[in-house]
Design a protein around this ligand. Structure first.
Ligand SMILES: [Zn+2]
Length: 500
């Protein structure tokens, strides 16, 4: 007997995750107020047929309370499968009018020994139009001893005329948490040793279906038992069985991206290439993880049972290092890559580009903060180069710099042309100008030129500018990188912690 049949709930008490359905039906049985037709809606594997069988058994149970009792004659015949008053029809394979006609004829006969004849029609939306019409006639005037239970995964395909005749119940999709509850119950009863993380992975792979969870558990445990003895099923074994081997590598990639470890991230990407990875699957998985990270960054409490303890640790790290803004940026870049993947002959290229662009945007030089004319500029007493405070350097936006260059151009167009090709920053009341060629430094240091630049900058920014300090290309970026490195040290230590 499969684990699923063995642990299939036999009464409403054992039912997991469908309390709203169980309570109403249990009460109807106790008060003897059964409806003639029910419609059970919900995705596959959530227990619709199981509940239909419990209800059918309860209808013919002679106990006073807690039906079905499992002990009376009615209940025992159901358990043995010899109860001729409960009939099941799978509409997926019996769609036509003939089946429904024969059902209509049979339904006229009284039940053989119970009070009700119960018809369970599974996947009822599959019936043909004629079959539905025939069924409708029966539902409109049912014999007093008939109960119809119609089950469907696609309620919108059931004609409204049928739906309006039925008492409708919508079954909830199983949450990972309730699947986990069921798994832990079965694991205990069956003496199966499995790592907690492995159980979470199975529960998640079951995607809302209890039946799938137990089937997966069974397959994996059989395999393991046949292979090695007396060993707990590890999370890695589960990953291998579920085709999730790439998972740890994906987390590694994301934490490297978060820590702006460009080179290492590209090396990890290369490992995927070596493994002949399915890039669509990988991009999808990365997006799913980032979606969790985004939720974690905004509302940590919504991230719950779906994740293993290790995954939560990774998410906390991503949320902390990338922040909401960085996560959104990477999600957008990967969404673009996902689109490009459809046409790419080398599928790793869009992904590599997405990462490169993310790193590029995460570098300090590109954080072009627009400075409004009245922006406060940090003031300091000393103006020497060494103490001019590049750590506080703020890039001047292209727009603002354009205005300054224009003002210079009025008196000195050569100087303006040179400035237009330089990169400006503000730090401690000084204008720091990164020049592409070393010999331009002298042109800026020239006292007449320097005064002209400061005057123009002062006009545009509305702040006193002490000096224009020329710097070789890349100097500011390096200084900023160094400052960021120090600030981020704590965060990077945490990354090291996660990887042990
Ligand atoms: Zn009974």
């Amino acid at each position: 007997m499969s684990l699923y049949s063995k642990y299939r709930p036999r009464n409403f008490r054992d039912l997991v995750g469908q309390d709203h359905v169980a309570q109403t039906l249990e009460r109807a049985l106790e008060q003897d107020k059964l409806s003639h037709s029910y419609l059970f809606c919900g995705s596959r594997g959530v227990g619709k047929t199981t509940v239909a069988r419990i209800l059918a058994q309860g209808a013919n149970c002679s106990a006073k309370k807690e039906k079905p009792c499992g002990k009376c004659r009615g209940c025992l015949t159901v358990a043995k499968g010899s109860n001729s008053d409960i009939l099941e029809l799978d509409a997926a394979s019996n769609r036509g009018i003939d089946e429904i006609r024969s059902l209509r004829e049979k339904v006229q006969f009284a039940p053989s020994f119970g009070r009700y004849k119960v018809y369970i029609i599974d996947e009822v939306h599959m019936l043909t139009k004629e079959a539905f019409n025939a069924l409708l006639k029966t539902l409109e005037e049912p014999p007093s001893h008939a109960v119809f239970i119609l089950a469907t995964t696609e309620a919108h395909k059931v004609p409204a005329t049928i739906v309006s005749r039925c008492q409708r119940f919508d079954f909830h999709r199983a949450t990972t948490k309730s699947v986990l509850e069921l798994l832990s119950k079965v694991v205990q009863a069956e003496n199966i040793a499995i790592e907690e993380e492995g159980a979470v992975l199975i529960a998640r792979a079951a995607d809302g279906a209890y039946r799938d969870a137990l089937t997966l558990l069974e397959q994996i445990s059989l395999n393991v038992v046949a292979g090695k003895e007396e060993q707990a099923i590890s999370a890695d074994t589960v990953r291998a069985k579920l085709g999730l081997i790439a998972e740890p590598l994906m987390w590694q990639l994301l934490t490297q991206v978060a820590g702006t470890k460009k080179e290492e991230a590209i090396k990890t990407l290369y490992k995927f290439i070596e493994q002949g990875a399915d890039w669509r699957f990988i991009v999808n998985s990365l997006l799913e993880k980032l979606r969790h990270a985004l939720f974690f960054a905004i509302a940590p409490s919504v991230v719950t049972a779906d994740l293993t303890a290790q995954e939560k640790k990774y998410l906390a790290l991503l949320a902390k290092t990338m922040k909401e803004e960085g996560i959104v940026k990477l999600i957008n870049l990967l969404l673009q890559a996902q689109e490009q993947l459809r046409y790419a002959s080398l599928p790793e290229v869009p992904v590599a580009c997405a990462l490169a662009r993310y790193f590029d945007s995460a570098s300090p030089a590109s954080l072009k903060t627009a400075i409004t004319p009245k922006a406060t500029v940090p003031q300091k007493e000393k103006t020497s180069l060494a103490e001019s405070g590049e750590k506080e350097a703020v890039a001047i936006s292209e727009q603002v710099w354009g205005k300054i260059v224009e003002a210079v151009k009025e008196n000195n167009s050569t100087l303006a042309g040179l400035l237009a090709q330089s990169q400006p920053y503000l730090a401690s009341g000084n204008l720091i100008i990164e020049v592409p060629y070393k010999f331009w430094e002298e042109r800026i240091k020239n006292s007449k030129n320097n005064k002209a630049i400061c005057k123009a900058a002062c006009q545009v920014l509305g702040e006193a500018i002490k000096l224009a300090l020329p710097k070789p290309n890349g100097a500011i970026k390096k200084t900023l990188n160094e400052a960021m490195r120090q600030e981020d040290k704590a965060i990077k230590d945490e990354i090291a912690d996660v990887f042990g």
